[in-house]
Design a protein. Sequence first.
Length: 420
Amino acid sequence: MNVITNIGLPAGIITALALLATPSMADSLESQHTLEPQLTVQGNQKTKLSYLKAKVNECLEEQSVLQWADVDSDELQQCLLDTRLFSEVQLSINAPVVSITVKERWTIIPIPYVSVQSDSSRYGFFLFDSNFLGRGKQAVIGASTGTRGNTFFTLYRDPAIFYGKWTGVVKYRQGQEDYLRYQKETEFDGYSEKTNNGELRLGYKFSPWIEAALQVEFTRRRFDVLEPYTLSLQDYSYVYLGPFFTYEHTDFHFYFLQGNKLRLELGSQVYRSDDAKQLAQYQLVYDWQHAVYKKNALQLHLQSLANNTDDVRDSFKLGGNLGFRGVESAGIWAKQAHSASLDYKIPFLDVKYGTWTIGPFIDYAQFKSFDATNNQESTAYGISAFMFLKKIALPGIGINVGHNDNYLGDFVSVSIGFAL
């Protein structure tokens, strides 16, 4: 049986950094509804009143109401919980006064990171703030090191620049990584890469659920031979540009997000320092989650991605993520891939600090390697158990016990801080 332990947050999961100026959210939303709420708030030790005022206005815009009699207080309460900054929200409306009492979650979180697999290990530490400056921004800084490399990164995400419709992300990462390719449990190729990467994204919210953004990225890549393999690759740099679209209409519950989420990323290299073909690619991700029986939750995750080049350097490195559980991290080097995963969560224990869930999962993926003509498959199934913490803005603890006949066979994975 293969055991994979993963404690903390992989650097690639989190996005973040804020920029630019726009009119206030309150000003931009007044044209959307005629209500002028007067807030009284208790319990907000860190969260700024200005943020809560802006968020209430956004929630009222979401309801598209023109008079106080039409305001759904339960929907307004859920909208504030959807920020993931509060473990509890209570409110009452005596128009135009909206009285709100909140219990804040811990949002400044030091996260140790430990990842141990069959032939590699990684250790690190990240500091994550999901309510930076008390204004609902997100910031993270962290570093990790291990047998396959080391990484430093810093990120900041502003979901409403100056409480407006514009959004921003700034990200910087540098590191060194050894990539190993697998067939079943056996590695058979690899190379080492040093990367410096900076990314800037500027977006606009056309509605509370729809956002379009333009992202630009500069990356410098340097390669070394990884013994005992002989794969020798040319260094190069590139500038990447493309649009980014998201649709997210979800309600936050402590162990699932009820609703739909769709993300589409298109892009291509507009500059490349070597003579190879410029990369163009797309990535499409869809998530559907819903309560189905009592408080049980069914979760569907679909992903499709592809690029236009047979260059190993530009292949998608897949493994360990949804759709590819039971595969060594980055163990598949694909030109295109399509995957689906289905999870069923049964809350079986509700304690003071969180909720435990348990249930079956199944993954299926079909992919084409960068150097292959035929499609390959990966199928995994098993049982998962998770604990979702109420007081901390962190999903919690997860355990997967499963089988993947195409790769690791029987496997166990353990994580803390998954899917943030």
